[in-house]
Ligand binder design. Structure first.
Ligand SMILES: *Cc1c(COP(=O)(O)O)cnc(C)c1O
Length: 400
């Protein structure tokens, strides 16, 4: 059991990761070099997608997806009420209407019913649904895909919590990111996520045209390949493509990932299975330790057929029944060297959204938000740390 501070999440960097980064710093390419392509190939293979594109944040990944799907002011996008700000912001960047879907009160995830209910509130046709694999558990991807399809919408998985998650659909195992039930999946490799890149993100898809659109958007909208030029005459010199020439057919951003970060991410990706196994073992340990604290404290829901990557270990606490306020519990845990966090404040409650649209009735999100608390979970925790956390939690809640 460790005695130091336990944050709710933490990266795990080894000497091999450091060596991989140092090697890049000694080499010729700090960005847009061989480590980007190598990482992308490894990531695509790891999740089982045809295309993976690295970028510089999970937010950039979401924006690339929203742009490639041509979401715009004539469209609505369904976003879970419980997620990180960036999921909805991606729709804002392209001018689309955001309709917040309520979530299941226990899992915190959208359901086919809440997607349909949100769609009824949309003032424009729903063109995309952005499910979030909250904590790393999926919420029936085939059913969400079916609900989206019935609306004439595509699915973009915000898989920022879902790296390493495997689920079974109709008897077939699928990895989050393989896009078995989505058109595009997006990942964040922020240090608090399953693997660390510093700042970084990835999009995956099986559609080569979407991959190409996202590739251009990632780098200013630049088109280098002569066969893709819109004005080939302008780019020709003496009947051959000019070596300096490039085109911009529509503007993009600079969302490129540096080689330095890709070398780190690639080294980390090699440890994904080990990280996920460690997280799963710690989650199992937590579940067992928390059993006596039911019903005041309940472990995260484990959806059937899902083997989560466990980005977060978020428990459900009946603070009222314990006679405790959540902030006081968090402060008391902190005094005992234990970090905790709330994932997330319902996004439609943000001032930006309250100023723009009426807040819909969200009984599931309200219930989930009132009770959720993320406890420390990361590969570097000691075997005894869950005991330390659960003992402290029972103490500050005055139960057990
Ligand atoms: C972390 C996260 C993001 C944003 O990723 P960044 O890399 O921080 O830009 C988006 N959505 C969800 C669900 C996340 O957890």
């Amino acid at each position: 059991m460790s005695t130091g501070f336990l944050p709710y999440g933490r990266h795990a960097i080894g000497e091999d990761d450091i060596a991989a980064v140092a090697e890049v710093l000694r080499g010729d390419w700090l960005t847009t070099g061989p480590n980007v392509a190598a990482f992308e190939a490894d990531f695509a293979a790891a999740v089982g997608a045809r295309h993976a594109l690295a970028c510089n944040s999970g937010t950039a990944a979401l924006h690339m997806a929203a742009h490639a799907l041509r979401l715009g002011p004539d469209d609505a996008v369904v976003v879970p009420a419980i997620t990180f700000l960036a999921t909805a912001n991606a729709a804002v960047y392209v001018g689309a209407e955001v309709v917040f879907a309520d979530v299941d009160a226990e899992t915190g995830a959208i359901t086919p019913e809440t997607v349909r209910e949100a769609a009824r509130r949309a003032t424009r046709p729903v063109k995309a649904v952005f499910p979030v694999h909250l904590k790393g558990t999926v919420a029936d991807p085939p059913a969400i895909a079916e609900a989206a399809e019935a609306l004439g919408a595509v699915v973009v998985e915000d898989a920022c919590h879902g790296l390493g998650t495997i689920y079974t659909a109709n008897g077939t195992p699928a990895r989050v990111g393989a896009c078995a039930h989505a058109t595009i999946a997006t990942f964040s490799l922020h240090p608090v996520k399953t693997i660390a890149m510093g700042e970084g993100g990835v999009v995956t898809t099986n559609d080569p045209a979407l991959a190409e659109t996202m590739r251009r958007f990632r780098s200013h909208g630049m088109v280098h390949a002569p066969e893709a030029w819109a004005l080939p005459d302008q780019g020709m010199e003496d009947g051959a493509p000019a070596p300096w020439y490039y085109e911009m057919q529509e503007p993009g951003f600079n969302y490129r990932a540096p080689d330095i970060a890709c070398a780190l991410a690639r080294s980390q990706l090699g440890k994904l299975e080990g990280f996920v196994a460690r997280r799963a073992a710690l989650a199992d340990r937590y579940d067992a330790l928390l059993a006596p604290l039911a019903p005041h404290v309940l472990p995260p829901v484990r959806p059937e057929g899902c083997t989560p990557g466990w980005h977060l270990y978020a428990v459900r606490i009946d603070f009222a029944a314990c006679g405790r306020r959540r902030g006081a519990v968090m402060r008391a845990l902190r005094e005992r060297g234990i970090g905790s966090q709330v994932h997330y404040v319902p996004v439609p409650w943000q001032p930006y959204w309250r100023n723009r649209q009426p807040v819909p009735a969200l009984p599931g999100a309200e219930h989930y938000y009132a009770r959720t608390l993320s406890l420390p979970l990361y590969p570097g925790m000691d075997d005894g740390d869950p005991t330390r956390v659960v003992t402290a939690l029972a103490e500050v809640l005055g139960i057990g």
